[in-house]
Design a protein around this ligand. Sequence first.
Ligand code: 5AD
Length: 334
Amino acid sequence: LSGEKLKVLLDHREEVRQTLAREASSLTDRVFHRKIYVRGLIELSNICKNNCYYCGIRRGNHNLHRYRLSQEEVLQAVKLGTDMGFKTFVLQGGEDPLLDDDFYLDLVRKIKDINPQAALTLSIGERSYQSYEKLKKAGANRFLLRHETKNKKHYRKLHPKEMSLENRIQCLYDLKELGYQTGTGMMVGSPGQSLDHLVEDLVFIQDLEPEMVGIGPYIPHEDTPFSGEKPGSVELTVFLIHLLRLLLPYANIPATTSLNTLSPQGRDLAIQGGANVYMPNLTPAYHRKDYALYKDKACFNIEAAENLKDLKEVMEKIGYDLVMARGDFEVKHV
Ligand code: 5AD
């Protein structure tokens, strides 16, 4: 859809919401047959060299207990997840300068030794083409890197000068070129964001054709320069999930933790209207609270891997089947 048409839809949400929700739901059913795929999320390190104004683990936040999992802790989490039946692991972390290529190469290989069938997703920020290439060769399958916003001015409102939108976008095209199943996305309602910015995001996403798209409402964190800002809208997030599903029929789209944190109802509406993935938290419990990207991030209830049974029940109640399969991106003719 062109930017003009997207803007019309966003401007007339009240009139088109029901139709989009219904169409997105029916398309998702045809493609995914009411299956919800799970990914075990392991939050590697909350040490970050970046200073994004919205993020709780920004370099400038000194009010935070910093941690970095040891290789042993990560492998332990993978073993635990493997025993639970997880077939996809997402390693996510801040851009921790000590976690270099050698660390990740060794880790990727060891994870693949423990669970050769599992899909491995990295979410470790901006790196060089060569680094992405080495990690891919070592066995990484997927990569998540939200672009956060496609608008230059808005990007500058969210990030200090030392970071650049060009580099972020280049990284995404590099990942695609290298054959990663690539995920991008943006926060909804981040400070300074307008509907026009979201249109730019959607136009960009259609150009990139990512295999995964993660979006969630912005939630303020008290120890950031944006502490006084308002959270993003659950309603708009869910609407965008309908739209993304219709634009990218086969993409893996999670009901994200931030959506779940703000509103369990929003999470269910997302599942019923386009999302097909959920990412339970497998981080060692004693570090979970420290990976606080935003206020009151949910991590101990149904978003915890140890409560998978509860998640299964919640999904069954709304008519969906939680499945452990890898759930690779696949074009399915429906
Ligand atoms: N609110 C919501 N989402 C956030 N993220 C970072 N900080 C916040 C926040 N305050 C998101 C970013 C990042 C992802 C891992 O978490 O979009 O890419």
